[in-house]
Design a protein around this ligand. Sequence first.
Ligand SMILES: C[S@@+](CC[C@H](N)C(=O)[O-])C[C@H]1O[C@@H](n2cnc3c(N)ncnc32)[C@H](O)[C@@H]1O
Length: 299
Amino acid sequence: MTEKGHLPVLPSQVLEFIDPGRDGLYVDCTLGLAGHALAILGANPRARLVGLDRDALSLEAARDRLRRHAGRVTLYHADFKDLPSLDIPFDRVRGVLGDFGLSSFQLDAPERGFSFTREGPLDMRMDLRSKTTAAKILNTYPEGKLADVLARYGELSQTRRLAREIAHLRKLGRLETTSDLRVLLERFYRWRPQKGRIHPAAKAFQALRIEVNRELEGLDEFIEAVVRRVGPGTRLVFISFHSLEDRLVKRAFLRLAATAGGASPRLRVLTRKPVMAGEEEVAANSRARSAKLRAAETV
Ligand SMILES: C[S@@+](CC[C@H](N)C(=O)[O-])C[C@H]1O[C@@H](n2cnc3c(N)ncnc32)[C@H](O)[C@@H]1O
């Protein structure tokens, strides 16, 4: 998908839960190409927006798309896990949105190395200031650690044997590009396209991307810290694309909503089950297929 064709996932559900009609500040932790941010700003001319992205290139594209609202927007090139330490008026925050993972802007740029269908370096960094690339992981991780990453984040099978194969190829200097890795995976898993089967490279690329960007680290602490900073009535809306990520959100919400031992709850969960895209949205936007939205409100 091109930048022009970028579609935010679950757009009406995000608006329903973030409830942008209330005046105040809305924080988009994962601004991307500002699809959701534009919808929030469009829904209420008095709403203000703080947007964060760890990808400086994406942030500049978003700045451009948001220029007609520039007076009510503040952007940060930052990891959203640093949000609690930013100097913003947390008592005025009415909604916090996180739409985790990758955007089409990133996936479609061959030089970023996120897509196994495009020839490029094995980079996969969202923040180009960070030092660890996918090539570095593939070429330096001990076999056992590599096998664990591929199994845990990519749900691939036979990852011990796969890691051994990778260790063999890297000695020969043959693991540098996205197609080096794709070809290895296709051979290793004897890949034949079949309806309903996920390409093994899709799984391996996802695993490496999660490891490169440490996507699951500190997510629960982040949610707890945000809840401590904002006032009551703030909506939290998080969209996950991986079951481990969704589980972290679900557990953090349940912990903060718990009343066990006489504790007063900090959150009210608004989605008993995760909200998912309907068939029509999935047909128009394949990224929506695995999206799971959970929402809660601070009390
Ligand atoms: C799925 S896209 C968001 C799309 C956006 N909601 C829209 O409608 O255009 C995810 C974005 O979040 C950014 N991102 C991912 N993890 C991040 C993090 N920990 N901190 C800040 N930005 C992050 C990515 O760089 C990417 O641009």
